[in-house]
Design a protein around this ligand. Structure first.
Ligand SMILES: Cc1cc2nc3c(=O)[nH]c(=O)nc-3n(C[C@H](O)[C@H](O)[C@H](O)COP(=O)(O)OP(=O)(O)OC[C@H]3O[C@@H](n4cnc5c(N)ncnc54)[C@H](O)[C@@H]3O)c2cc1C
Length: 185
């Protein structure tokens, strides 16, 4: 069964985790809740009139675990491409494997570089608008790839985009997947 690893637990990583777990992809997300969101007072996240970044993170973390994501309170020291996906090793020495890897490490870009991804002149790790990289099944989202558009809603959008590409592959043989729910009549 295919599975996804997500390194980074800010809005980008959590949003990817939400879309994936909600649609039954086994997902492990790594991070120690050290995002700069804890300094933010949100007035510009559409649909949320006002909220502290800390409350946003608390709700996001609860939301992804309630759908079944495995939230590992650790930092990832190493990531490698393997024949059938990726492995990551945490600071406590545990190794996890997955078919897909999403890098959502904010301003820390070393892990992405260790996988062979390059920084542009502006410091951004290169990825398409839909978060794809030159390495198959490796995605980069949020601040890591957008150092000049550091907004929570943009990172969350990137995370959703990477997840939708994975879901398209897994559920629709490459045809576009939409995560739509409807009101009950
Ligand atoms: C003072 C301040 C106020 C702000 N106010 C606003 C605001 O009002 N509105 C707004 O939209 N944005 C605001 N922002 C910006 C907002 O915080 C960012 O846009 C957002 O956090 C980016 O999300 P991200 O997921 O891309 O990265 P991040 O939130 O940076 O998340 C990356 C996560 O990955 C973790 N990580 C890094 N490396 C590893 C690793 N190797 N292993 C495991 N985990 C790792 C980090 O600890 C972090 O938790 C503010 C920022 C600051 C500093």
């Amino acid at each position: 069964m295919s599975s996804a690893l997500i390194v980074g637990d800010g809005p980008g990583g959590l949003s990817a985790a939400l879309y994936l777990t909600k649609n039954d992809i086994e997902t492990t997300i790594f991070g120690q809740d050290e995002t700069p969101m804890h300094y933010a007072m949100l007035y510009n996240y559409l649909g949320i009139p006002e909220m502290t970044g800390s409350d946003f993170q608390k709700i996001g973390r609860q939301q992804v675990t309630s759908f079944g994501a495995n939230l590992v309170e650790a930092s990832v020291d190493q990531a490698e491409k393997t024949d059938d996906g990726f492995t990551v090793t945490t600071n406590s020495g545990e190794t996890y494997s997955g078919t897909y890897l999403i890098i959502a490490t904010g301003s820390s870009r070393e892990l992405a570089e260790s996988l062979g991804l390059k920084r542009g002149d502006d410091g951004a790790i290169g990825a398409t608008r839909e978060a794809e990289t030159d390495v198959e099944n490796l995605f980069v989202v949020g601040r890591t790839t957008r150092p000049h558009q550091v907004q929570a809603i943009i990172s969350a959008g990137d995370g959703a985009s990477a997840a939708l590409l994975i879901l398209s592959k897994e559920k629709k043989e490459g045809k576009r997947f939409c995560d739509w729910d409807e009101v009950e009549s």
